[in-house]
Design a protein around this ligand. Structure first.
Ligand SMILES: [Zn+2]
Length: 409
């Protein structure tokens, strides 16, 4: 693919693109799960025009469907700038920011790193984003208020990774299984104080098969599932937070080679893809917004607990026990209390998105709040800081992935 210089069409603010336009909601109802519309085009369904003035123009490249960045910009009313290399485009409308790079799976969405399923490509001087990435990764974050959660979220199923003989990753200070259990124990009262019920898959240091963890989640009505882990890597310098939800159907996981075709026939995605992804985003923004850890990104994997759960499900990796500074932080009970607090706030934000249609707090909002700068009172309003300068603090290059992506975490 030639790195053709990208030209973004001038975008005229289209007032007709109301975010919750009833016409749009009506026209996009045809999703398989019966859950409410994922309005951007899905991998399975024909794309639905957002309004009479903005049609989705699908571009077929090889076996895959793509949408042009121009098209995406128009739909979401974003204005674009291409950087001096001609390879990175930043789209912004003051409310949402999206940074895409040619030939890369790495994207920055509203200030945090995302890993797309497929690289951004160029054709006829236009940047193209795969349809699955638009529908499953970009759309839930740019229009979280469109996500419907079936019923109210009553219960959070908290899953402390590992246990018993399965110690997980070990640092010189302790074991993943113990840290994970401590975090869920600290999370429980925080969530209860927010009016949520809490179920722990394990309360003690016992071994629990992965399937059983998912079974407990699936037996719990009106719930979401949050699995807590800590990372390890042979690269002792790898550090920071990452978070996972299930890989969409027919797409590679973050750790897979996007050009390999072996993933195509892999297991189906989840009917609650968008919910799981947005839960990931809400929790990740809160973690990074409260704790100064490197942002390794929102990722995809087919881990067993994500594969077998039928409710919105995420897996949090709360730092690397194989890295000097992370392992010291994680060994500190007060630091783990901070992590539990950050996760609880992210979960509350997700509930507010799905039930009250409140815009979730973003990493820049949390940082502004913590620094005594801006206090975001009305979450339904656009975040106060989303200009280019403030939206990407702490984004430093990371190699991806460090841990073995196809191993259970
Ligand atoms: Zn683990």
């Amino acid at each position: 693919m030639t790195a053709a210089r990208f030209t973004l069409l001038s975008i005229v603010g289209a007032a007709c693109l109301g975010l919750a336009s009833p016409a749009l909601a009506k026209r996009t109802k045809a999703k398989s799960s019966g859950a409410k519309p994922t309005p951007a085009p899905t991998a399975a369904a024909k794309p639905t025009p957002a309004s009479p003035s903005v049609d989705w123009q699908v571009v077929k490249v090889g076996p895959r469907d793509y949408l042009s960045v121009d098209n995406i910009a128009k739909f979401y009313e974003l204005l674009g700038n291409v950087d001096s290399t001609g390879k990175t485009v930043v789209l912004n409308n003051g409310r949402n920011q999206l940074q895409l790079t040619l030939d890369s799976r790495e994207a920055i969405v509203n200030g945090v790193r995302n890993w797309l399923c497929f690289p951004v490509i160029a054709q006829d001087k236009k940047f193209l984003v795969s349809r699955v990435d638009l529908a499953k990764t970009i759309e839930p974050q740019l229009r979280p208020q469109m996500i419907e959660h079936k019923g109210k979220i009553q219960t959070v199923v908290l899953d402390a990774g590992h246990g018993g003989f399965d110690k997980g990753v070990q640092s010189s200070f302790g074991s993943e299984k113990d840290y994970a259990l401590d975090v869920v124990r600290q999370l429980r009262p925080l969530l209860q104080a927010k009016g949520l019920k809490v179920v722990l898959t394990r309360e003690n240091d016992v071994f629990l098969p992965l399937q059983l963890r998912a079974h407990i989640a699936n037996q719990t009505r009106d719930s979401i599932f949050v699995s807590i882990h800590f990372n390890g890597a042979s690269n002792r310098d790898a550090s920071g937070f990452e978070i996972f939800s299930l890989t969409p159907r027919g797409a590679p996981s973050t750790g897979d080679n996007a050009l390999a075709l072996s993933f195509v026939n892999m297991q189906a995605g989840s009917p609650v893809d968008a919910q799981s992804f947005e839960l990931s985003a809400c929790v990740f923004h809160s973690m990074l917004g409260h704790i100064p850890e490197p942002d390794r990104g929102i990722k995809r994997a087919r881990f067993a607990v994500l594969r077998h759960t039928k409710i919105p499900a995420i897996l949090v990796e709360g730092g690397f026990l194989s890295e000097k500074n992370d392992s010291k932080s994680v060994a500190n009970p007060a630091w783990r209390a901070g992590l539990a607090e950050a996760i609880s706030v992210g979960i509350e934000n997700y509930r507010n998105v799905t039930e009250k249609k409140q815009r979730p707090m973003l990493v820049a909002d949390y940082r502004a709040q913590d620094s005594g700068g801006i206090t975001v009172v009305n979450l339904a309003e656009p975040p106060a800081r989303l200009d280019g300068s403030a939206a990407t603090p702490g984004i430093v290059p990371v190699s991806n992935p460090e841990p073995d992506p196809n191993k259970e975490p």
